[in-house]
Design a protein around this ligand. Sequence first.
Ligand code: NAP
Length: 245
Amino acid sequence: MKDKIAVITGAGQGIGAAIARRLAREGAKLVLVDINEDCLKDIATELECDLLAVAADISKKDQVFAMIEQAKDHFGTVDILVNNAGIIRDGFLAKISEENWDKVLEVNLKGPFLCCQAVFETMKAQNSGKIVNIVSRAWLGNIGQSNYSASKGGLVSLTRTLALELARFQINVNAVAPGLIETPMTRSMPEEARARLLRMQPTGKMGTVDDIAAAVAFLSSGDATFITGQVIHVDGGKSCGLLSL
Ligand code: NAP
């Protein structure tokens, strides 16, 4: 991955920041993207690799295309795209407002679609590219997360379809599905919900952001060149079925 140019969305904190640290260690040059300028500044200051930090909302087409143009002006190309930024607005069916349905679908599904569109011509021209979409084990279904689960299920379908469309250009498109990972997102959940999720966890503990970063590093590397359209669940076994105690 030495000197590869990697765009990481939602890189300011949590899983995205861990992916940035890991790819920096592997020798990549980074384009860090986040809507939250404060945490974006913090991670850009912390990392000592060659990087560009861009504040952008990935659900807005003009901002996404401008961000990729900035990345190309600065580094010349884009080799790796990690679609990591995502949000939750949880609730049972009757409680999810239209606004919270639209917002989650806009950020979690339309955002990655726009980012893929924005990097496509560049990756096609160089006849290589790696796209890794961060989905969630919740794409298989999760009570209280119909908007989030639908967005991540849609992102799995987008991953598989783009894998077929882009394979002829040697562009790999894969997904990583984290289980319960300790991040600001999960820390914002009500304690009762976190405890319930932990009880259903085969390992009995949450995963770490580094567990996800390791899977992303593999899928972004030359070792994964013949792997495309796949979803790697990094969830301590939770996607294997119900845990009966
Ligand atoms: P996080 O701690 O909330 O970090 C996500 C970052 O993305 C935040 O800095 C956030 O800014 C930023 N962001 C939100 N909306 C954005 C937008 N429209 N444009 C650009 N940046 C935006 O989340 P995380 O837990 O690290 O999760 C990262 C990814 O993993 C997400 O796709 C999530 O769905 C997925 N995931 C997480 C878990 C888990 O257990 N943590 C499990 C499964 C899947 P703000 O802080 O301003 O919102």
